[in-house]
Design a binder for this molecule. Structure first.
Ligand SMILES: [Zn+2]
Length: 130
């Protein structure tokens, strides 16, 4: 429900985000992470994973471990609209090499963190109009 409200507000330009959380109870299979979703895997009340598609456009699904027993691990928080904030930053080690933060549902690129193929005007660039 909150996702619907958030998406409606975004359509009217009243709310801004690149990602909204979607809670599931098992790890998403291939092709089950949609663009714009942060898939939050919570199994038996325990946070397991946060999965998102690479914002650099390579199409890779990025699984972030939320398991407190493992390294590396990330922490994800959500606001009322289910917009995620993730700590620490996400650094892709594949060819795309993206390095970014997720704050308030927005992708915020680190300096030199945007892949070379991306140019001005793409919607994930910080500060650009949508
Ligand atoms: Zn990528």
């Amino acid at each position: 429900m909150r996702r619907i409200i958030a998406k409606t507000l975004k359509r009217f330009g009243l709310l801004d985000f690149d990602l909204l959380s979607k809670a599931v109870d098992s790890f998403p299979g291939a092709g089950q992470v949609a663009s714009g979703d942060l898939v939050h895997v919570v199994d038996g009340g325990i946070e397991k994973w946060a999965c998102l598609l690479c914002p650099g456009g390579c199409g890779a699904a990025i699984p972030l471990s939320l398991n407190k027993q493992r390294r590396p691990r990330w922490t994800v928080r959500f606001d009322w609209f289910q917009r995620p904030s993730i700590e620490p930053s996400v650094h892709q080690l594949n060819a795309c090499g993206c390095h970014f933060w997720v704050r308030g549902g927005r992708i915020e690129w680190c300096k030199d963190g945007m892949p070379p193929g991306m140019v001005d005007g793409l919607p994930t660039r910080p500060g650009s109009p949508r």
